[in-house]
Write a protein that binds this ligand. Structure first.
Ligand code: UDP
Length: 414
């Protein structure tokens, strides 16, 4: 059997403390209507990256409203995950010539076949997250469940050959879900195609309220000077997050703000073999400057520490050049910390109104906006407050529950 992640039951009523009554009532009503429905999310890693982050909180909240929700994780060896990381990159537009090789296709297919035979099939609905398990449905042709493919990456301009390989598998699903309309590949043919943005859990250890002095103490214990300004990027060690662009922007900003510190907080994921080389390269760059710190989940920088960095930093940077959504942006804004971020993928969905002035297209622009916010803390605070309201209204978990349960209701009631 595949690994099932064991999780408790959440508390949807907590959201009544921070959100208006109506959206929560709607979710509870949907839960009542679908009571007992067996729903299984499938992905390729139990930790590291946005999907795992989301499911950890999302599954318990679904259980809280009466859904029998589970999470199964597929298995794979290094060869499989090397291929699937390239598929992920190719969906975001990178070339991947090896996809034409039979060996590459076979490895992907055989691994999906093996995982399909290990999957607990006793569910009414499966949600298959991202390209790694996208062929499972193909290898379970007798399944009576409804199958949804949930794409979390920016697939607006995928590598043609890779998309040509994946598309038939995706098209065997009953529905396909993308974060935004722009990400839907033009030639995709699925009976139901819809959009829903991810969301964050306001009450997780990543996002719960922590007093500022505790956050400052926490990061001081990691070697930072609490009396000097700090900017932080939190993300997987991944090329699309443009870590070297962030470092260059920091170097430019430092010319105006001597003493500025940069934290590059990153994580490794089970399904991301490229992250080791990327981590090493970032470390080499960071070692040239005593004020750049590289931290990771390997050395104990977990949810609580990320929470502290997102609260204690003067500005959060997310200089992505491709971004499915960027939960890290929502996480920082929820904490009223201002964000300077790449004008890419799902980030502009979150940075609307005045925040859109801090979407950047170059290293220079990124540095300029960082310096402006550091020199104008009142503007920065106002942006943070504006950001928190955007997240409250659009990007907390009950909204995602409502979107997904509405889709499921539509599928199961025909
Ligand atoms: N994250 C973390 N520790 C790190 C780096 C990232 O906990 O060192 C978390 C981050 O807080 C966020 C998720 O990993 O919840 C990344 O999600 P996002 O949507 O930003 O990007 P993805 O990794 O899915 O591309």
């Amino acid at each position: 059997m595949l690994h099932k992640i064991s999780l408790g039951i959440g508390d949807i009523d907590k959201y009544r403390l921070i959100q208006p009554r109506e959206p929560i009532d709607e979710v509870v009503k949907l839960g009542d209507e679908l009571k007992g429905l067996r729903l299984c999310h499938i992905n390729s890693t139990p930790f590291g990256g946005g999907v795992a982050e989301l499911l950890v909180s999302y599954i318990p909240l679904l259980c809280a409203v009466g859904i029998k929700a589970d999470w199964q994780v597929i298995r794979g060896d290094r060869q499989f995950f090397t291929i699937t990381k390239s598929l992920h990159n190719a969906l975001q537009g990178a070339a991947y010539e090896e996809i034409s090789q039979e060996k590459t296709r076979n490895t992907y297919q055989n691994s999906n076949l093996a995982n399909a035979s290990q999957l607990d099939p006793n569910y009414d609905v499966f949600v298959v997250n991202d390209p790694q398990p996208a062929a499972l449905r193909h290898y379970l042709p007798k399944s009576k469940a409804k199958w949804i493919w949930r794409c979390h990456v920016d697939s607006s301009n995928p590598d043609e050959e890779v998309w040509g390989f994946l598309r038939p598998y995706v098209e065997e699903h009953d529905a396909a879900v993308f974060t935004t309309k722009e990400f839907i590949p033009r030639d995709l043919q699925v009976a139901k195609i819809t959009t829903m943005a991810p969301a964050i859990d306001a009450f997780s250890s990543k996002n719960m309220f922590i007093k500022k002095y505790v956050c400052r103490e926490l990061i001081e214990n990691l070697g930072f000077d609490r009396h000097r300004l700090l900017i932080t990027q939190v993300s997987r060690f991944d090329r699309w997050k443009d870590p070297f662009g962030t470092i260059r922007a920091y170097q430019l900003a430092k010319e105006k703000i001597p003493g500025l510190q940069l934290a590059m907080v990153g994580s490794f994921a089970q399904d991301d073999p490229e992250s080791w080389d990327m981590h090493a390269a970032i470390n080499t760059e960071a070692n040239k400057d005593g004020n750049i710190f590289v931290l990771s989940n390997l050395t104990g920088v977990g949810n609580m520490e990320v929470n502290a960095f997102q609260r204690a930093s003067d500005v959060i940077v997310q200089k992505s050049i491709r971004e499915g959504f960027g939960l890290v942006v929502a996480e920082a804004l929820w904490k009223e910390t201002s964000v300077v971020a790449g004008n890419a993928g799902g980030i502009p969905l979150q940075m609307t109104g005045n925040l859109s002035n801090y979407l950047v297209d170059s290293v220079e622009e990124c540095a300029e906006k960082i310096v402006y916010l550091l020199q104008n803390p009142a503007v920065s605070q106002k942006l943070g407050r504006e950001g928190k309201e955007i997240i409250r209204q659009n990007f907390l978990l009950p909204r995602l529950m409502k979107d997904e349960l509405s889709l499921i209701k539509e599928l199961v009631t025909g």
